[in-house]
Ligand binder design. Sequence first.
Ligand code: PMP
Length: 395
Amino acid sequence: MDLYKRIKEELEQAKKNKVYNNIKILESKQSDMIKVDSKNFINMCSNNYLGYASDPLVIKAVKKSIKKYGVGPGAVRTISGSFDIHDEFEKRLAQFKGFEATLVVQSGFQANTGLIPTITTVDDLIISDQLNHASIIDGVRLSKAQRTVFKHLDMEDLEAVLKENRPNIKGNIFIITDGVFSMDGDIAPLDKINVLAKKYKAYTIVDDAHGEGVIGPQGRGSVAYFGLEGQIDIETGTMSKAFGLVGGFISGKKELIEYLKQNSRVFKFSSSLPQQFAEAGLAVLNQLEKDDSRLKKLWENTKYLQNKFIENGFSIGTTQTPITPLMVGDEATATELTKILFKNNILVSPIIYPTVPKGKARIRLMLSSLHTKQELDKVFDIISTEYRKIIKKQK
Ligand code: PMP
């Protein structure tokens, strides 16, 4: 079939099925409030957990960096070189995360796709949590290794997979998991995964995109949350969430990072993280170490809103973090509720198939330290009234 005919049909079908994503145009900075269509909305769909995305501290760091280093990185680092700020930030980030060394790349997606195929071979096996992020799935797809999944958070299943496969695998086994799962907000049991990894001689890789800045002392992330510094082999992460920036990283042993610099296609063939983001990342890191008041506020807001939902009989799934999935079931309800909330100046994103399985649609509310109690009260009041109206209409 003609390409454009097929594409058009698919787009029309998505609109008919009410799963077409209308991307909103933002007219102000990322904060607790945000302007869309010249109107101000309570912003419940940003990963700006600690409010750094538009913080004066970050803006100052970016300005300072642009003055010194300009804007563009020139080329890939193997050709044009690394800026000293890249090196400084990588060293500091490694310390913060409890690893020997770190490599920064352009995004969290690039971290997973730059790591997984580079360190795995045909003789290896990758064992992945069933609900791992798309960037891990794509990293695995790019790898030549054998692959399998274990049931989400299910340690019995993970052990069964390890037991069955260990005798047949000539190479290495890698267990890969999100630290915090982005759609459900639940935390991977890294303590138990670590025990199984040691028992079956497997390596562990944790993607801590939603853990860093959010859990663990000073927001050091999932590994620190379990007190497993030095135990987990490799971590990938992003600066697009609690750091309020953009950029990704891979942390591990010194020789691993050296190997990635020589061999990772993402590092060798794609221009580096812009230097101003390394500078801004360093500013955020300094602040995280100095002052945990934003982290405390984030958790205070999280408990406040989540308790309201729970006390009033709503399901927010199995979340253990500020990711708050209001489970509504079918795709059409999620889409309708999103539209009604939009009319009430509340910005949320419906999470629907294929991002989550059919029938598990949800409105994902993302908490930030910037939200006020009044804003959260309004969000809860409108959701509870409007959601109940939809349910009544459906009956
Ligand atoms: N891993 C996880 C678990 C994520 O949630 C995300 C962000 N959606 C990424 C990786 C990708 O990060 P980035 O946006 O920096 O590419």
